[in-house]
Write a protein that binds this ligand. Sequence first.
Ligand code: NAI
Ligand code: NA
Length: 395
Amino acid sequence: MIIEPKTRGFICLTAHPKGCEQNVMNQINYIKERPVANGPKKVLVIGASTGFGLASRITAAYGSNAATIGAFFEKPPTEGRPASPGWYNSAAFEAQAHKDGLYAKSINGDAFSNQVKAQTIDLIKADLGEIDLLVYSLASPVRTHPDTGQRFKSVLKPIGSTFTNNTVDFHTGEVKNISIAPGSDQDIKNTVAVMGGEDWQMWVNQLKAAGVLSNDFKTVAYSYIGPSLTEAVYRKGTIGRAKDHLEATAFNIADALKDINGQAYVSVNKALVTQASSAIPVIPLYISLLYKVMKEKGIHEGCIEQIERLFNARLYAENLELDEAGRIRIDDWEMRHDVQAKVLELWNNVTTDTLPKLGDLKGYETDFYNLFGFKVDGVDYKKDVNEMVEIPGLQ
Ligand code: NAI
Ligand code: NA
């Protein structure tokens, strides 16, 4: 079929298999030139199909020849209806990995559930024996608690008072004011239940109890901080409470891993266009200004550049360069004083009329379409493609 983008607000309902494949190949080729010395060998990635998780899987596999198991929650294709992009990404990654002689299998299901955890543990036992790295890169708006069956919904709201600021509709380029009413205590609890650290801890506990963690095992989960501009809706909002919880969980996990000399870290990453971040108000406008500034300074990175630097310059390097709160910081270039000062200056002058000049709305838009395999260089979108692509290592 011929597949075209069908957008509804900040989501796209279709995805292009060839475009997704090209994105994956570009990431693989980037990592092939940047091997990771003493990198991981047997890796489980939760949230492995898109964004930072996919980049982590590719970096482990192609940076240090790691066997990878990916867990994710993606929609398979049906006749005439394309799959979700993470499905096509995983299909492309595993097909190429198998060609290159790398072990790569995956589990598609709800990683919050006990069932997916048990299935993953069985697969590790059967095929790998143990893992030496767990990357936790799940981003979800909902979680059903595995023990109680209770369903939680996360929200993106400020805490305490209404937040009013500029945002952009990146399809039209219209800059407008939005006000977001504060979340309730229940909203905070729900958001922490979904995006906090409880599930990460459950994964590690169950993997450890099953005896499938190697000595010197490492685990890393991803967090975000960002500037004061977005603080009210991000770091000091409901999602920020979840990130506080996630970061605190790293210390609990590290304690639980002492007997196997294990380590648990949170890495604070840069703001990037992903399916998760395009849903957050204000962030797209911030990102389009940030991209402009970072590209001008020659320090722009996407997911693969970020994760390559995480592995090569932090996780598997001599010095993790932890901050005062014990976190890895690969948002260091985003947070540079000169970068933030320039973004703030642009922010104060940005309107619908000035955005095309001040910001990198084009870059934002292209990245957004790229997430779904559209507007990718080198792909012929007029050519018929088979939407019924299988993931070769799917269990
Ligand atoms: P994403 O939306 O690209 O990826 C989410 C992944 O989680 C996908 O693989 C998806 O299939 C999987 N997933 C969702 N629900 C699932 C479920 N119930 N069971 C199994 N898998 C499930 O998100 P992104 O942006 O890569 O986020 C990953 C982490 O990085 C999140 O913790 C996010 O907060 C963090 N982060 C994101 C930043 C950004 O700007 N995008 C910046 C810094 C941190
Ligand atoms: Na290294």
